[in-house]
Design a protein around this ligand. Structure first.
Ligand code: SF4
Length: 454
């Protein structure tokens, strides 16, 4: 069984300085996002329209997917359907092997993390180079991303300097971001030139056009896709939008909400293969259609992966992305993971404060979905260890006013007479970084009766 979120977060929390700058870096993104949102008077209206458009997509998914696929084929692309991760990986490997391709440059795609594509291709002797800078850093460190938009946010520039010194031969001790970026660019340029295939993700797939949008800040997707004669794009089936106007609406919101930029630096619309080249698109289900049958879970597929809910989440900011077992961290990861057994403890890595709901550009009901998963896990008797024992007891106490009043009275006495050390050990991990309050002399209910009662 995998470690719980709380246990994994202990490693991150142990380094207080890292926790502080990690949290500050993410809050800075949140602040930039707020400035951008406030600069558009129509922002709230855009959120409402985007949410309704994505609900329309979810309720017309089969027709829109068919329309998209037909139009892609009419435009000269080859469309593939993958039921699950294995089928996706076999399709991609099949396309590459049938054409004798040996080296793939790929831009960032959370879908390829979901299906574990890179290890699968490497087992087949196909070299895969991540070309997003953050992803490349993590590839060199053999680490998964810790965030869906800024995947190496947990690393300091000094750590990247050491890594590049070891792997790319940069100057020892150098940590200047511009110098390191130039070194990465130089090394990647060789990979772009020697690759014989490219892979991109898909930000929006436009049904009416049979075209797809790829947004990056580094231009790496475009560089990769325009050099070799084979481009494979992979997408989860929820990436569909009906028309170019809908794509434009999401493009207007995506970067603003993700990193506080008015737009990503590169927004490319791929509509057909260049003459003499091939373009393939792989559309993946991998459990989505099953999960969409649950109305309380389905709305998470409105998500456009901007990462804003992650940036604002206090648990993520202070616990780090590698504390989560599911490949997507933070509120959207908790909401998607749902019934994933590896992520059993993650539904509780949330304070239900709702800040994620407030920043989501497509109004995904994150807090409600996470609470729903807790309810489902409890019904299925899959509460994490400990909660199985004490949550039913707590439920009984909270359900009976007299019992609650007696328990509170006992707690007030305990807080007054028990030694501090004993209180802390009874408080378990809650008390590790918190002090117990000074016990009031009486209950709030009694105070209210005496002072405000009729
Ligand atoms: S749930 Fe909303 S805020 Fe979170 S990543 Fe998705 S679109 Fe962004």
């Amino acid at each position: 069984m995998k470690q719980t979120h709380a246990r994994k977060a202990e490693n991150f929390v142990a380094n207080e300085a890292r926790v502080d700058w990690h949290s500050a870096a993410l809050l800075m993104l949140r602040d930039k996002r707020d400035l951008q949102a406030k600069s558009l008077p129509e922002w709230e209206q855009m959120r409402e329209t985007a949410s309704r458009m994505k609900l329309h997509v979810l309720s017309h998914l089969p027709e829109l997917l068919r329309q998209f696929a037909d139009n892609c084929e009419a435009n000269g692309m080859q469309v593939h359907w993958a039921r699950d991760a294995l089928e996706h990986n076999q399709i991609v490997a099949g396309i590459l092997k049938a054409r004798g391709k040996k080296k793939l440059v790929k831009s960032k795609s959370m879908l390829t993390e979901e299906v574990h594509l890179v290890p699968h291709l490497e087992e087949q002797g196909i070299e895969c180079i991540e070309t997003d800078l953050g992803e490349r850093i993590l590839q060199l460190r053999h680490e998964p991303p810790s965030h869906i938009v800024v995947p190496a946010i947990h690393l300091k520039k000094e750590e990247i300097g050491e890594l590049f010194h070891e792997k790319l031969g940069t100057r020892a001790g150098a940590s200047d971001p511009t110098y390191l970026t130039h070194a990465a660019r130089e090394s990647m340029r060789q990979d772009f030139l020697s690759a014989d295939a490219a892979m991109t993700g898909v930000n929006m797939a436009i049904a009416s056009e049979g075209a797809f949008v790829v947004c990056t800040n580094e231009g790496n997707a475009d560089m990769g896709a325009h050099l070799p004669d084979l481009h494979i794009a992979v997408m989860g089936m929820e990436k569909i939008v009906p028309d170019p106007e809908s794509a434009a609406l999401l493009m207007r919101m995506l970067a603003r909400n993700a990193t506080g930029q008015p737009s990503t630096s590169y927004n490319s619309i791929f509509g057909a293969p260049r003459p003499g080249t091939e373009m393939h698109i792989v559309i993946v289900d991998n459990g989505r259609s099953r999960r969409m049958t649950d109305r309380r879970h389905a709305e998470i597929y409105k998500c456009i992966r901007c990462g804003a809910c992650i940036n604002t989440c206090p648990v993520y900011r202070r616990g780090g992305g590698h504390s989560y077992n599911y490949f997507i961290p933070g509120p959207i990861g908790l909401a998607i993971a749902g019934d994933n057994p590896d992520a059993n403890s993650e539904a509780w890595a949330c304070t239900l404060n709702g800040s994620c709901n407030n920043v989501c550009p497509v109004k995904v009901p994150l807090r409600e979905t996470i609470a729903y998963h807790r309810e489902q896990l409890a019904r299925q008797k899959r509460l994490p260890y400990g909660k199985n024992f004490y949550m039913p007891v707590v439920g009984k106490i909270f359900g009976h006013p007299r019992l609650l009043s007696l328990a509170m009275a006992a707690a007030r006495v305990g807080l007054r007479i028990l030694p501090h050390g004993l209180q802390s050990s009874l408080g378990g991990s809650w008390a590790k970084s918190r002090d117990f309050p000074v016990a009031p002399s009486d209950s709030f209910a009694n105070w209210y009766r005496k002072n405000r009662g009729a």
